[in-house]
Ligand binder design. Structure first.
Ligand SMILES: N[C@@H](CCC(=O)N[C@@H](CS)C(=O)NCC(=O)O)C(=O)O
Length: 325
């Protein structure tokens, strides 16, 4: 685990010097692929949607990268955007393309490490080397390393190429989607990390209480509504899903999020199955990479790197949720 400082790799754990709290660094590379190549809400223009031009780098373990894989599948972008998978083991060199430990390798440059891609993009980059990364093969540049924005690009920028007009961020519910995203991000998506990476009892307990209050709240919402925002599935559901699917296998034990499991929430247990069983979604979920990454890479938390065998949860069993697109 480490970061780049002026383009040089340094092996360093997260800084929790603010009262033991884990504070996630904001993603820095924020350009947008758009249908016509004009600039998006941030960054510079010049990234026009074209088949075969962009490459997605992901970890199958990472919940943020998982969002982008889900949107690539939902929006029929598989033939238009290739993917490389990093090894689940993120140790002193950060993410690697080591095929022996489960990476698909780097087909573009044959790099060994993800940080080499970041320094190819900018040889004086300072910051964390995170996945996902959306790479522009034409300009040899990182378009974006922010998953919430990559999924918005995938949602609409390539529609004229794929003719898939499914919309997971519909105009009429954007305000509600943004509002629930913010809440779920702070308390659940990032909330589990705030529990797991806290280095004081106080910081952990605060994150823990906020996490379970938020899970109670989404359980309540889902008792009255098929999805987080009304009757249609939206990006808010997919963003929640990638945390829920890792919860019982990893966050409950490794990150000490153990008041209860997702399986113990009646609505969430059914909802997680409805999303898991959504066409082509199960193939984006890899429990081997998920468990291996967290338990083997976070030596600060699990110094002996032993990966638990359980739990044994079957997400293919029937659920009671209506299926409405
Ligand atoms: N804001 C980013 C966060 C991505 C992120 O933190 N990814 C983690 C993997 S789950 C990572 O690459 N961490 C490496 C590090 O922090 O050094 C996004 O949503 O895309």
């Amino acid at each position: 685990m480490g970061l780049l400082v002026d383009g040089k790799w340094q092996d360093e754990w997260y800084d929790t010097s603010n009262k033991g709290k884990f504070e996630r660094e904001a993603a820095q590379l924020r350009n947008w692929v758009t249908a016509d190549g004009t600039a998006g809400p941030s960054g510079v223009g010049g990234f026009k949607a074209q088949s075969g031009r962009y490459h997605l780098f992901v970890s199958l373990a990472c919940p943020w990268a998982h969002r982008t894989l889900i949107f690539r599948t939902l929006k029929g972008l598989e033939q238009h955007i290739d993917v490389s998978v990093v090894s689940p083991d993120m140790l002193d060199q950060g993410w690697t393309f080591d095929k022996a430990s489960g990476s698909s390798g780097d087909p573009l440059y044959g790099f060994d490490h993800m940080h080499q891609l970041y320094t190819l993009n900018n040889d004086t980059y300072s910051g964390r080397v995170t996945v996902p990364v959306l790479w522009d093969k034409q300009q040899q540049k990182i378009v974006s390393n922010e998953s919430s924005e990559i999924i918005r690009m995938f949602n609409s920028a390539f529609n004229h190429i794929t003719h898939n007009t499914d919309d997971y961020y519909p105009e009429d519910t954007r305000l509600q989607i943004d509002e629930i995203n913010e809440y779920v991000y702070n308390n659940i998506n990032n909330g589990v990390y705030r529990c797991g990476f806290a280095t004081t009892q106080e910081a952990y307990e605060q994150a823990f209480d906020e996490l379970f209050a938020a899970l109670d709240k989404v359980e309540e919402i889902l008792s009255n509504s098929p999805y987080l925002v009304g009757t249609r599935i939206t990006e808010a559901d997919w963003r929640l899903f990638t945390t829920l699917i890792r919860f019982d296998s990893v966050y409950h034990g490794h990150f000490k999020c153990n008041r209860q499991r997702i399986e113990d929430y009646p609505n969430l247990a059914n909802y997680i199955r409805a999303l898991y069983q959504w066409p082509s979604i199960a193939q984006t979920v890899n429990f081997n990479h998920i468990k291996r990454h967290y338990y083997y890479s976070h030596i600060m938390i699990n110094p002996n790197q032993v990966v638990p065998k359980g739990p044994d949860i079957d997400y293919t069993t029937p659920h009671n949720r209506a299926k409405t697109k």
